[in-house]
Design a protein around this ligand. Structure first.
Ligand code: SF4
Ligand code: SF4
Length: 358
């Protein structure tokens, strides 16, 4: 295992971090498979990763990640708190709520969190998070009184992360990306503002789907080839998964060309050549990169989940495209994707599977 500097925090984090979703128990609406591990089993898996060199463990408040936060606290007590870097988060956007969430997390962990993220910040809740007395101000206060060491923003949206990168209250950002959905990582690499921040990356396996097409090692190497990334977070629920993610060394990281990734996926289905750069914008509210992701996830194995999500708005989006005359999305897309045509195809895909909604 190698270690990288986490922005300006002074921390050195393992290049591969332990995502705790797969060790949780409880009924939570998260994507990856999990194994319903008892506490002793969960602690054994975390310890296995620790002996492979992992020092960063990422969790979320109960019940967001079930009881994973409590299990991580017990593991930290067992192995020695100072040996680990605990990254925690909660989906609260006001100052009051995140303040209480951190108090609750500290109780669950039995210790402080090294990094605490406002989780799932999106364009709709961003203002509340960044405004005076919002979640970021509260995290700054909590830092000052030693309840957490560093404050972070976790988001799937480039514009939110960019705002975090320009804000001195933010120490660490948690972004998402992988060798297919690499557009955001490419933009982060080109933007100097991100150089000051620690960057963790989740969705490296695309919710567990990409390992059917690429090895764990190549998926992790691809994300770590982006120099500003400090740590690739991998959900781990079994010792063999820790071995696959952490039990190897490499001298040089590389990310295969996007055309190669498409050629591999094309053997199974017809991928849209969208790398989720998020440069396209629809004034009528269609989140283009998200619905393309759901299309890909449908073919890569999350069929029920993806169709359910698509069904929530694809018909309205397709209707809007049929009426749209300006089509600003087209000129914004560097990949020259025929976005409205693809949206019509997605609408047909959902229409052809009515049984799912009965
Ligand atoms: S063509 Fe469709 S997706 Fe593109 S801007 Fe118009 S309504 Fe939005
Ligand atoms: S459709 Fe084009 S602009 Fe939009 S996220 Fe995908 S690649 Fe980027």
């Amino acid at each position: 295992m190698k270690y990288r500097k986490l922005g300006n925090t002074g921390l050195q984090v393992s290049e591969v971090g332990f995502g705790t979703i797969p060790i949780l128990q409880g009924n939570v609406p998260v994507l990856p498979n999990y194994y319903n591990l008892e506490e002793t089993q969960a602690i054994a898996v975390m310890e296995h990763a620790y002996h492979l060199g992992c020092n960063l463990y990422d969790t979320a408040i109960v019940p967001e990640y079930g009881d994973a936060e409590i299990k991580l606290g017990k593991f930290a007590a067992k192995i020695g708190r100072e040996q680990l870097i605990i990254s925690d988060k909660a989906r609260f956007f006001s100052g009051n709520e995140i303040y209480q969430a951190v108090e609750e997390s500290c109780k669950n962990l039995g210790t402080y969190a090294d990094i605490y993220f406002v989780h799932q910040v999106d364009p709709e809740n961003m203002e509340e998070v960044f405004q005076k007395d919002g979640a970021l101000d509260a995290l700054t206060e909590l830092k000052a009184c030693g309840k957490i060491r560093f404050a972070g923003i976790a988001s799937h949206y480039y514009d939110v992360l960019l705002r975090g990168a320009s804000d001195s209250r933010v120490d660490v950002l948690q972004a998402s990306g992988n060798l297919f959905e690499r557009g955001m990582l490419e933009r982060i690499m080109k933007e100097p503002l991100f150089s000051e921040k620690g960057i963790l990356v989740n969705k490296v396996f695309a919710a567990g789907l990409l390992p059917a097409f690429f090895s764990a090692k190549s998926l992790i190497e691809a994300v770590l080839s982006y120099q500003k990334v400090s740590c690739a977070l991998i959900g781990i629920g079994q010792p063999w998964q820790a071995d696959a993610a952490m039990g190897w060394e490499t001298k040089k990281y590389s990310c295969p060309p996007f055309s190669y990734i498409l050629s591999v996926l094309e053997k199974e289905f017809d991928p849209i050549p969208c790398n989720r750069c998020q440069k396209c914008y629809c004034p009528y509210g269609t989140e283009i990169h998200t619905i393309f992701r759901q299309y890909h996830y449908y073919f890569m194995g999350k069929d029920y989940w993806a169709l359910r999500k698509l069904n929530l708005g694809i018909q309205q989006s397709a209707e809007q495209c049929r009426k749209c005359t300006i089509m600003p999305c087209l000129s914004a897309c560097p990949a020259h994707i025929r976005i409205p045509d693809e949206i019509q195809k997605l609408e047909k895909l959902v229409k052809d599977h009515p049984i799912w909604w009965d």
